[in-house]
Design a protein around this ligand. Sequence first.
Ligand code: ATP
Ligand code: MG
Length: 431
Amino acid sequence: MVAIEHADQHAGRTVVLRGWLYNLRESGKLLFPIFRDGTGVMQGVVSQKDYPDAFAALKGLTQESSVIVTGKVQAEPRAPGGYEIHISGIEVVQRVPESDPYPIQLKEHGVDFLLDRRHLWIRTPRQAAILRIRAEAVRAAHNFMDGQGYTLTEAPIFTPAACEGTTTLFEVNYIDDQKAYLTQSGQLYVEATAMALGKVYTFGPTFRAEKSKTRRHLTEFWMLEPEAAYAHLDDMTALGEGLVSAMVQSVVRNRARELQTLGRDVAKLAKIEPPFPRISYDEAVQALQNAGNPVKWGDDFGGDEETLLSKQFDKPVIIHRYPAAMKAFYMATDPVRPDLSLSFDMIAPEGFGEIIGGGERQASYETLLARIREAGLPEEAFQWYLDLRRYGSVPHAGFGLGLERTVAWICGTEHIREVIPFPRMLYRVYP
Ligand code: ATP
Ligand code: MG
């Protein structure tokens, strides 16, 4: 048994592949199938004269029928992947009936048609390549965080209250009519585990009832959130650029074939290494105004502003010190300019938008309590969080990296719905 991705190591040998028929071209006494096995696609050839049984089994075989193929691997520079299989035997495991053919043909389909069949769409080489790149990025992220001395401490998904108000929360009927919400960020909890373990992160699904229908928003997405005790804003911008670079470089190294399947410009990714450019919010507003954008000091940046800023750099750009009024109640303020928060966002290049948001947290009990009151948040629900400031409060900082936004940029995909196996969006929870 050989995986197609390792076919090059078996040139000249007879091997067995287990997979599915992706495509079949018939030309008289020759058949040219393309097989896929999950690790890649491989072209084959069988002649009626040499292998009549294999020829008969394959002739007229329907797309996505499952097959076990025996044949000799040979170099063929014109074939995708550089190798083809000269077939001597075919065992059909399940034949897709002609009366109910595989619904996704090898032609363009509309995206709603494909999303309704997402459970099948993921079989196409492009979608499979994206999911393999996602897995590689996740693996690299864990390796990097581990190498930096961060311990994985998972945050809960059922939460009693919102971090930042309830407008984008999914409410759940918890046991005996208790109300709970699906988490929109694990941050408050990693602040607690950071005080217990020093340097921690959580990595898991987060949920936001985003009413905006954009190509960058899902209602369920994965976020990696580091948090460190005795850390400041600059520690987190450095950690963020290291993490993002490690994810990109690991994909470039280990998923070159998949990037090629996607037609991604790898030269652009190869440049992604520290340091990333850093500009303050003040400078960003100035740069946008100079470029003719109507943004005013105090405005949040939307997709247009992010795209305009990112176009000026060929690496992700770090924008730091946003106005305090714009950021969440737990954000620390700049001691030199109290109207600014010690926050930062990282904006991906090529218009892929914000991939990281984070900063230093408010460490003072009195200030935090005042902020909770100002924001009109339920004080009782935050008593445990206030405990972190009652008992040995220290400066601490962290961020949240959106996995799908990061992977969409690495893959160069237009919409982030393609980079998660089963996307959840405004009007889609099927399949
Ligand atoms: P945006 O303003 O782009 O909606 P945000 O500022 O609300 O994002 P944060 O709360 O800072 O997002 O979350 C941290 C990261 O999580 C973001 O930088 C982004 O990468 C990711 N993220 C946030 N919301 C979504 C979403 N709805 N779908 C996918 N990823 C998201
Ligand atoms: Mg943000």
